[in-house]
Design a protein around this ligand. Structure first.
Ligand code: M6R
Length: 608
């Protein structure tokens, strides 16, 4: 139950557990629709026996509505086997049809039940063939019959000392304990018990007992070189630690996420050293185009990267939503670097995009927050963000960490390609190192006005978010946050587009949030955004503006202001996004919503 609690952010529309112990005839199962707390109540009502092995699941429905019957685990027809599954089994209907023809009946609307019934059938065939149960062989045999994406775990009451798993295009990590072993979708499931972990490769199966871990491919060949790693954060990092919500805690960790992502990335002479990036400087020098692939918040971090890297390195950077990427036949060469940005490292759309890029001969560098996850594992190189575990579904600290990693990548490029003077790079690094304090300033001084704005806007039915240059992705991100947790219709767009259509949406009292660049340096940009504010104001908009402390033009036109401390324009997304994160959280909290687990969403989107 502790493990499930830590994984609940990945899916929370139903939950269940299955247990086995010596002497038990059938598997013991409890499952319930809704949050984990419902399952806990069910177990209190109907306690479970002691057990030696168990599997548990929290679900984000892909097929079959969230209900008690559709919750996992699902059982084999004879009740000996229980199975849980992540992903989508694409040939489930065909398999089901065949099983039905043999007399099998189904109670749920899930593809998972098909796998459970199929596994039960295969397991019994093996018993007939060999005279004894062999769940490991049965799971591998079944895995070869499934198409689509799956992580499957199973237990069998006839072998109450093992848990068997298999994965294809869906995550599974092994936790190596003392006298106990674990399997989890991510390390959060077991980090309270062990920090020693092992990656499981694509198309591999695993059998754990309390003392052993055996990994094979789907044909049964043993794999002995699985990569082991030590989890670099404590279980306490995935606890609320007194904060009202994970989102609140994680927003307040923005400064640390930035500082920690910068840590250890500089030589004594100030040069950038990206040790974990296993791509040689020669290869870096040969790169003539970068394509960032990502989804959601990570794609907005990619858009910030485009502005910075193009400016510093003078090579074109495209940013592409990962799910669109491979379907448009992108131009990829060995001189293209594809940068896959992902907090979870498991987003299926991003994973598929990077696979496509590698197939076409391009190199892929992952910017990722999760050790041992699929995206860094399948990339040529990785630049880890050190934001620590992000539990709230809405991404906050991961965004600032991704932006910092992208800056580091851009500056490293500039260093190896010689497109900037060393002094210039060192100057930006110095400014970057000053950013955590500036973010802290926003957190310390702006939270009251942000909350006031949220209270005032509580009944607003829609919002427009405007920004230019790096303020544009910040506007998109601010709009996404509000949609995601406060369920408010928002539209984020480039301020220059206003007159090309969106201004028609502005009516008396329409809230418009504007990110205003500093008047220093890029004055034209500043003036143009100010003109945009005037234009919406003239049409009755209520303006909430993010701007540099003391900007006199802003004071004139804004109804409410979230101030930022002075900082270079290219680095300003790191501070500008912070009040917008708080604003979305405050709106959702005031509306009484669960900010950590917004409806319909899950933290890792492991299906396409
Ligand atoms: O784990 P990833 O960074 O790959 O996730 C990508 C998006 O699903 C994610 O950023 C999503 O948009 C967030 N929930 C936004 O807050």
């Amino acid at each position: 139950m502790q493990g499930l609690k830590r994984l609940e952010y990945r899916g929370y529309d139903s939950a269940g557990v299955a247990l086995a112990a010596p002497g038990m005839d059938k598997i013991a199962v409890r499952k319930k629709a809704g949050r984990l707390v419902n399952l806990e109540k069910e177990i209190q009502r109907s306690p479970l026996p002691d057990a030696t092995v168990a599997i548990g699941h929290t679900r984000w429905a892909t097929n079959g509505e969230p209900s008690d019957v559709n919750a996992h685990p699902h059982m084999s027809a004879d009740g000996h086997i229980a199975l849980i599954h992540n992903g989508i089994i694409e040939n489930a209907n065909t398999l089901k049809f065949d099983l039905q023809a043999e007399g099998y009946t189904f109670v749920s609307g899930t593809d998972t039940e098909v796998a459970a019934k199929l596994l039960g059938k295969i397991a019994n065939t093996i018993i007939t063939e060999t005279g004894h149960p062999d769940l490991f062989t049965a799971v591998r045999r079944m895995a070869r019959m499934l198409s689509g994406a799956f992580t499957i775990l199973a237990v069998d009451s006839r072998q109450p000392d093992i848990v068997v798993g298999a994965r294809h295009d869906s995550p599974l990590v092994v936790g190596l304990g003392k006298g106990e072993n674990f399997l989890g979708s991510d390390v959060a499931a077991f980090v309270a018990y062990t920090k020693d972990a092992m990656e499981l490769g694509q198309d591999q199966a695993v059998c754990i007992t309390n003392r052993s871990v055996t990994v094979t491919d789907f044909t049964g060949h043993e794999i002995t070189d699985s990569h082991r790693f030590t989890v670099d954060w404590d279980a306490s990092a995935a606890e609320k630690g007194g904060w009202p919500s994970f989102m609140d805690k994680e927003i307040h960790e923005d400064p640390a996420a930035v500082a920690d992502t910068l840590l250890g990335r500089f030589a004594e002479n100030g040069d950038i050293v990206l040790d974990e990036v296993r791509i040689s400087p020669e290869v870096f020098r040969s790169i003539d185009k970068i394509i960032v692939v990502a989804c959601g918040t990570a794609s907005y971090a990619g858009m910030v990267a485009k502005y910075a890297i193009e400016h510093w390195v003078r090579i074109p950077v495209e940013v592409e939503l990962a799910h669109e990427f491979r379907y448009r036949d992108p131009i990829l060469t060995p001189r293209t670097l594809v940068v896959a940005i992902s907090q979870s490292g498991e987003t299926m759309d991003t994973l598929m995009a990077l696979r496509h890029a590698r197939e076409q001969g391009s190199r892929v560098l992952a910017i990722c927050n999760t050790q041992g996850s699929s995206i860094p594992r399948e990339s040529d190189a990785v630049l880890y963000t050190h934001a620590g575990p992000e539990i709230a579904v809405a991404s906050t600290k991961a965004f600032v960490a991704q932006v910092v990693a992208a800056y580091l990548l851009g500056l490293y490029f500039a260093q190896v390609k010689g497109t900037m003077f060393r002094d210039e790079i060192h100057q930006i690094v110095k400014q970057l190192k000053a950013m955590p304090k500036k973010i802290q300033w926003v957190l310390d001084t702006q939270s009251e006005v942000v909350e006031k704005a949220a209270k005032r806007m509580l009944n607003a039915r829609s919002f427009l978010f405007l920004g230019r240059h790096v303020g544009y992705p910040v506007a998109m991100e601010g709009a996404l946050k509000l949609k995601e947790v406060a369920y408010t219709f928002t539209e984020g767009f480039a301020a220059g587009e206003l007159k090309h259509g969106p201004i028609a949406l502005v009516d008396e009292g329409e809230p418009v949030v504007v990110i205003v660049p500093s008047a220093r340096g890029r004055n034209t940009l500043h003036n143009k955004v100010i003109s945009g504010i005037e234009e919406v104001k003239a049409r009755g908009a209520f303006t909430i503006v993010v701007a540099e402390e003391g900007d006199p033009d802003v004071e004139r036109y804004a109804d409410m202001v979230f101030w930022r401390p002075a900082c270079p324009t290219l680095l300003s997304p790191l501070v500008d996004v912070v009040p917008l994160q708080m604003f979305a959280m405050d709106m959702a909290t005031l509306k009484g919503y669960d900010v950590d687990k917004p409806r319909n969403l899950a933290k890792s989107v492991t299906v396409e």
